[in-house]
Ligand binder design. Structure first.
Ligand SMILES: [Zn+2]
Length: 180
């Protein structure tokens, strides 16, 4: 037979055990939620990497370079234009997706740069097929003039901006040129 004191004590201990279990469970769950939340935030940051320049756009097929073509003379510009500096047209300039194929127009081998930037690297100017001339880094090639031939075919590739992040932790996607 359980007397009143024992019954009260028993109820107290049971409640204490339940509370401890709940606290432990809650703590574990909260930790799990935080971990999942963190992984999701990392995944989102990678997925939603910001473009390094305004003319680097993104659609369902991935990143691409956007040019603006003059409907009158066919000149292609990076970034938005209201008028054409080639023929003087003041309208008929529309955006278009630029190709990822081009040729090496010119380059510089950079031996000195900002602190933290790995040197030497190749800064290149590339003429894109169909129009558009852009400057960017040529990668996957030795920074050696013997390996860099004018007019050599290159392709535009999109990659993380060398792992760099801004003060808010945002990752960036950049474009590079690569020999074909
Ligand atoms: Zn024009």
């Amino acid at each position: 037979m359980v007397n009143a004191i024992d019954a009260g004590w028993h109820a107290h201990v049971t409640r204490l055990i339940l509370e401890l279990a709940w606290t432990g469970y809650y703590g574990f769950t909260r930790q799990l939620i935080e971990q999942i939340g963190l992984s999701m935030a990392v995944a989102e940051a990678e997925q939603g990497a910001l473009p390094v320049v305004p003319w680097l756009k993104q659609d369902d097929e991935g990143p691409y370079l956007e040019g603006h073509r003059c409907g009158n003379c066919g000149a292609v510009y990076l970034g938005e234009r209201d008028n054409c500096s080639s023929c003087g047209a003041r309208s008929g300039i529309s955006p278009e997706k630029l190709t990822t194929r081009g040729t090496l127009y010119s380059y510089s081998i950079v031996h000195r740069s900002f602190p933290g930037i790995e040197v030497p690297y190749v800064s290149a100017i590339v003429d894109l097929e169909g129009g558009g001339t852009i400057k960017g880094n040529l990668i996957d090639v030795e920074p050696d003039p013997a390996k860099l031939v004018f007019d050599m075919p290159v392709e535009v590739v999109f990659r993380d901006a060398l792992g760099r992040k801004d003060n808010e932790g945002n990752a960036y996607v950049s474009y590079f040129f690569k020999p074909i």
